[in-house]
Design a protein. Sequence first.
Length: 175
Amino acid sequence: MPAEIDARFGDGSLFKHSAYRLELLDEYDSPSTRVRVARFLAGQPDDARVRTYWDRVVHEARRAGKTIQRVHVITEPLTDYLRFELAFYRGSVLAGEDIRILPGDLATGLDLPGFDYWLFDGERAAVMYYGDRGTWLHTEIVTEPNFVADCCRWRDQALSRAVPLGDYMAEGSTA
């Protein structure tokens, strides 16, 4: 995530009411993520600073009456990265984030975009562009009303079919 968006999440100024994220990739790559995944696969705890930061963001948002939602469209069986991500998500849900999983077979027939995005207050989108293996390239902030309306429609479609993380994990996923 670009530093300016990350910083505005941290200071609470990024959105007034709601933030929604659509994630489509089975892997997001960066040097720090590679280290975190390797630690996870070795049975070691995650970087406490990452967990503490995101928990604080979610707690502060919830305390201010804001919502943070996320739908991750996934491929099964789960990759090592997705198993890591779902484990991290468990803590995010405990902090108050509404995270839902959309297995690829349930996404069939939905008119979802071919890119990840954040939608803030239903007014602006941060379209995320990734390269090979999910390496972040850049983000484009879009406020054009028709595009934002599409993002709202995609959000509603994904949320209508996605399964809450706890339900997905209880159904015996390979996480």
